[in-house]
Design a protein around this ligand. Structure first.
Ligand code: COA
Length: 203
């Protein structure tokens, strides 16, 4: 399995090429473009599923992306179309997620985060293709047998979406408010809610 793949969108002839970002060579311009995509997808109402109704502020900045990439276990893929970054997924082996350490018998697992598809390209199968690609990468390149990800519990639509992809909700959870405030982000709602863990065993 190479680090470049082509994903043919089911509804058209356009092909989105996935490229692994090289921490040594990635430019500030690329990271700014990626951060803008992620923020547009997560924190605006242009996506069919987003978190703008729950959290205000930037989901990610160039500096935070650089910080992620300082961790050699983190692998960032971007999807490009017509020379523009239109999709992303952060993956790699983890023993901890936002929620805390994974149980030893279920660690390490492949992670899925920063999953973003340009809003005008959504609902055409690209998000699903990115998840399946990350799973294949973790299985084949990293030898992992499980996947894990964190979601915000009120996001019933994305939980249902991951469930259709074979992910199961566990019982592990972490209150979102303090975690978000420590990152400089604010909950939009007065009521509190949690991050919850979803996991999948890879075939
Ligand atoms: C989540 C995200 C990556 C999905 O990307 P996508 O390209 O739209 O995903 P797909 O086209 O593969 O998925 C389409 C699915 O969503 C469903 N869907 C599409 N529009 C929908 C809507 N308005 N409401 C509910 N489901 C919808 C489709 O029925 C389809 O279901 P299926 O896969 O069971 O057939 C994208 O919406 C996004 O970037 N969201 C913002 C960031 C985010 O929330 N990331 C995940 C955080 S955990």
């Amino acid at each position: 399995m190479g680090t470049e793949v082509e994903v043919e969108l089911p509804a058209g002839q356009e092909r989105v090429r996935l490229r692994r970002l090289d921490p040594e060579r990635v430019s500030d311009v690329e990271l700014d473009e990626l951060a803008a995509l992620v923020n547009r997808c997560y924190r605006s109402t242009d996506s069919w599923t987003h978190e703008a109704q729950l959290i205000a502020g930037l989901r990610v900045t160039r500096e935070r992306l650089r910080m992620y990439m300082d961790d050699r276990d983190v692998v960032l893929f971007v999807g490009e179309l017509g020379g523009r970054i239109v999709a992303s997924v952060k993956t790699g082996a983890v023993r901890d997620t936002v929620i805390g350490p994974l149980p030893p018998e279920r660690a390490p697992a492949g992670y899925i985060g920063l999953l973003s598809v340009e809003p005008v390209l959504q609902s055409r199968g690209l998000g699903r293709a990115l998840v399946l690609f990350a799973e294949q990468f973790c299985r084949q390149q990293l030898g992992l047998h499980r996947m894990a990800l964190d979601v915000l519990e009120p996001r019933a639509d994305i939980i249902a979406w991951y469930t259709r992809l074979g992910y199961q909700l566990g019982t592990a959870r972490r209150p979102a408010r303090k975690f978000m405030m420590d990152k400089g982000e604010q909950l939009v709602t007065e009521h509190d809610f949690d991050f919850v863990l979803m996991e999948k065993a890879l075939a």
